[in-house]
Ligand binder design. Structure first.
Ligand SMILES: N[C@@H](CCC(=O)N[C@@H](CS)C(=O)NCC(=O)O)C(=O)O
Length: 213
């Protein structure tokens, strides 16, 4: 299996399937594309059907979307239980993952993932506040129901889909209520996340549009 990803510092969509594979201890080869460079454009043309990352190659399958990749990994390795076992929890985890995939545009635009940065005195606008509040509401509900430590007890696709959110709250110094903050601390101190951060810290490309003030 080969996963094509973008810059670790910036590419939140790449982090999702990457961290799911790491958590599931599934071996894969990784190819990094430096986005918004000439070399990156050439690699996107060659490797990515939708000219975006992530893309998963597995035998004759070429899969070009982060959530579809996570779904495929969960299907291919049922013993890893990458969705909750309980049907009601599984439905909720799918709804949360789908909401992450399709919503939170203000948060994405105004709080782009940037693992290397700590932005001081960030003041979210109203739309971003609404996204932040909705995310906290989702986390508090899932964590109070499951009792943690992950959103649905054990690690699932939902945790992978929301991993970049923990990074964003940290970068922009957004405060979260206790239960959510404890979850973010777990996400950020997780060995796979630390590896991602470590590798991001060695990258030297700057993507201007992702550098807020
Ligand atoms: N819906 C896609 C979104 C992927 C996406 O937006 N990827 C960004 C990087 S995080 C990208 O490839 N940008 C490069 C470009 O648009 O040229 C997914 O979930 O996989």
């Amino acid at each position: 299996m080969r996963l094509i990803i973008g810059n670790k510092n910036y590419s939140s969509w790449s982090l999702r399937p990457w961290i799911l594979l790491k958590h599931a201890r599934i071996k894969f080869e990784e190819v990094r594309i430096p986005l918004f460079t000439n070399e990156g454009e050439r690699m996107l043309d060659e490797l990515c059907p939708a000219k975006q990352v992530p893309v998963l190659y597995d035998d004759r399958l070429v899969l070009w979307d982060s959530l579809a990749i996570c779904e495929y990994i969960a299907d291919k390795y049922p013993a890893k239980k990458l969705w909750p076992v309980d049907a009601v929890d599984r439905a909720r985890a799918r709804a949360m993952s789908a909401e992450m995939h399709s919503s939170f545009q203000a948060l994405r635009n105004n709080m782009p993932m940037n693992c290397r940065r700590e932005v001081k005195d960030f003041e979210p606008d109203l739309e971003t506040e609404i996204d932040i509040d909705r995310i906290v509401q989702l986390f508090e509900q899932a964590l109070l129901d499951s009792k943690g430590p992950w959103l649905f007890g054990h690690y699932t696709v939902a945790d992978a889909m929301f991993a970049p959110v923990a990074s964003r709250f940290k970068t922009y110094g957004v405060k979260a209520p206790h239960v959510t903050q404890r979850y973010f601390d777990k996400v950020l101190n997780d060995a796979s996340m630390k590896q991602w951060y470590e590798e991001a810290s060695h990258e030297n490309e700057i993507i201007e549009r992702a550098e807020i003030n």
